[in-house]
Design a protein around this ligand. Structure first.
Ligand code: GLC
Ligand code: CA
Length: 571
């Protein structure tokens, strides 16, 4: 693969609304982010991705943009944005924005003009169709947040518009070359301003099938997920190529796609040297156990399943490209709550999970709060949930006859609010996130899980993340971690995850071994001599574990309960 500036970077996702509030209105903002840049630099972060900060009615928390050329006043101004960019670049850091171009807000001026004159030029910016004479809908596709993808066009009861997501997120018609020109112009406007790249939201959805057909229903509502019809579209590659060649490539910008890798691969086409994107997220574990019936029917994802999912992607990808590795994001529950059994959740096990994913081949993405081990939040009533997806899944569960308490429990488990509660900076009021009333309540566990406390504790999750970024970047090992091949090790073992990173140029080998259980385990190490580079022991803040020192000199290694280790090996 060609060498690129972003391949050895550590990425960090910010959910701006919940990161840091500088003016006490309860909403995080860009000045709040600027204040925390030294914190991020010190964590070892190179590239910051901001979830949407454009003007928006926030029907889907900013993923419904009403003006692509500005900053929502709740988050700040373009001047704040420029300052943020300058402050990042001054620290040799980079900035990515969210590019949300499958849809725009129904409050965008394009849609307003389309509503005024559906037969005029802006009507063709969207998918506006005549309602069938018999009053039915053109297709039975279900939108992401429940109900059909069709909504009557305001003021035109005989017309319908398409929205794959919320009805306030209107799908843009990429078949129209004028729409593509608008988007290309906008992307270049931000890149010319100095932005370093984008995360491409819902990007696999931008191409629609030529024919709008009905499909067999997959739930009792008679509808079917839009994923199937969308996957049958043909134009995606052409749209992506044009976008890449006329925007990202000439700017040498970084892009990461939000799309799922199909089982038949296509890795090279997506993220190879000539791929549509620089990288894409590994969502294999995200989708693991997910049921087409709804969250209530999901199967849990054990830590071994998470491991297997990661290995599956690693195998598909090989050295063809760089996947972006995650344990969570703003659409997921907290990774530590999802993958680690509740009775085994501790700083040690959080660090162990972190160690497993952080040294996989690919780009490590840290989601805000992950670096201090933030956990899912408890809810007592559905009214406490802000997330529109969780609220719609609650209704889906009730409609399927699931008792209310159970339906609530399901939403508590999967709600996107879990990762959207305010960042926990200290144990003061509102976890130090705001001087006002936070837009979403802080997780009550901020008293024990917060940045300030972890700064002082040498063995904290936070300090472990710092050590991990330092190890990844040590000049002696960087090439192995970035470009080395990955070989799963002892992959049939239960509650265990290990792999070798091998530098094929100089023969350097590093073993990452993670014991994901409460009993110790002895493994043989594939080398005659070895040296520990990093471990999550000591640091047993709960004092629960009885652990032994590793024995040097032979090729047997004892890992304590949930102990993780990075070990350099010699043949
Ligand atoms: C992506 C975003 C998600 C949003 C959806 C619609 O999946 O990550 O948060 O709801 O797109 O824009
Ligand atoms: Ca604010």
């Amino acid at each position: 693969m060609k060498r690129k500036w972003w391949q050895n970077k550590v990425f960090y996702q910010i959910w701006p609304k919940s990161f840091s509030d500088s003016n006490g209105d309860g909403i995080g903002d860009l000045r709040g982010v600027i204040e925390k840049l030294d914190y991020l630099k010190n964590l070892g972060v190179d590239v910051v991705w901001l979830s949407p900060i454009y003007p928006s009615p926030l029907a889907d928390q900013g993923y419904d943009i009403s003006d692509y050329y500005n900053i929502d006043e709740r988050f700040g101004t373009l001047a704040d944005f420029d300052e943020l960019l300058k402050e990042l670049h001054r620290r040799e850091m980079y900035l990515l924005m969210d590019l949300v171009v499958n849809h725009c807000s129904d409050e965008h001026e394009w849609f307003k003009k389309a509503v005024d004159d559906p037969d005029g030029p802006y009507g063709k910016y969207f998918y506006i169709v005549d309602r069938p004479k018999d009053g039915s809908l053109p297709t039975n596709w279900r939108s992401s947040f429940g109900g059909p993808v069709w909504e009557p066009l305001p003021g035109h009861p005989d017309k319908l518009y398409l929205h794959l997501y919320h009805k306030k997120q209107v799908d843009l018609n990429w078949k129209n070359p004028l729409v593509r020109e608008e988007i290309i112009r906008m992307v270049n406007w931000w890149l010319d301003r100095g932005l370093d790249g984008f995360r491409l939201d819902a990007i696999a959805c931008i191409a629609k099938p030529d024919e709008f057909k009905k499909y067999p229903a997959d739930q009792t509502d008679g509808l079917c997920s839009f994923r199937r019809p969308i996957s049958e579209s043909k134009d995606l590659g052409n749209y992506l190529k044009e976008l890449r060649d006329r925007t990202f490539r000439p700017h040498d910008a970084f892009t990461v796609g939000e799309l799922h890798l199909a089982d038949d691969g296509g890795v090279a086409k997506l993220i190879g040297d000539d791929g549509y994107f620089c990288s894409m997220f590994d969502f294999e574990a995200t989708w693991f156990g997910f049921s087409p019936l709804g969250w209530y029917d999901n199967q849990p994802c054990a830590v071994d399943d998470y491991r297997d999912c990661c290995f599956k992607t690693q195998k598909q990808t090989g050295t063809m490209g760089f996947m972006s590795n995650i344990i969570e994001n703003h659409d997921q529950p907290r990774g530590v709550s999802r993958f680690i059994p509740a009775s085994e959740l501790s700083d040690i096990s959080k660090k162990a999970l972190a160690m497993f994913y952080f040294f996989l081949r690919g780009l490590p993405f840290i989601y805000q709060g992950q670096e201090i081990g933030m956990e899912n939040v408890k809810v007592k009533d559905i009214s406490e949930i802000d997330d529109i997806l969780a609220r719609s899944q609650f209704q889906t569960a009730l409609a399927a006859g699931i008792p209310k308490e159970k339906a609530l429990e399901v939403c508590e488990t999967y709600s996107r609010d879990n990762t959207r509660t305010p960042m926990q900076w200290n144990d003061g009021d509102n976890a130090g996130f705001t001087d006002g009333t936070p837009w979403l309540p802080v997780n009550p566990n901020y008293q024990t899980i917060n940045v300030q406390q972890q700064e002082q504790d040498q063995n904290s999750v936070l300090n472990f993340y710092r050590e991990m970024t330092r190890l990844r970047k040590q000049s002696k090992y960087e090439d192995t971690f970035v470009y080395g091949t990955l070989h799963p090790y002892l992959k049939e073992e239960k509650h265990f995850a290990a792999y070798l990173r091998v530098n094929d140029e100089n023969g350097q080998r590093i073993l990452i071994a993670v014991n994901m259980q409460c009993e110790s385990r002895r493994i043989s190490v594939p080398g005659k001599k070895w040296r520990e580079l990093l471990t999550n022991f000591p640091g047993d803040t709960l004092g629960r574990y009885d652990w032994k020192n590793v024995e040097e000199g032979d090729n047997l290694l004892t890992l304590g309960p949930w102990q993780a280790m990075a070990v350099e090996l010699w043949p």
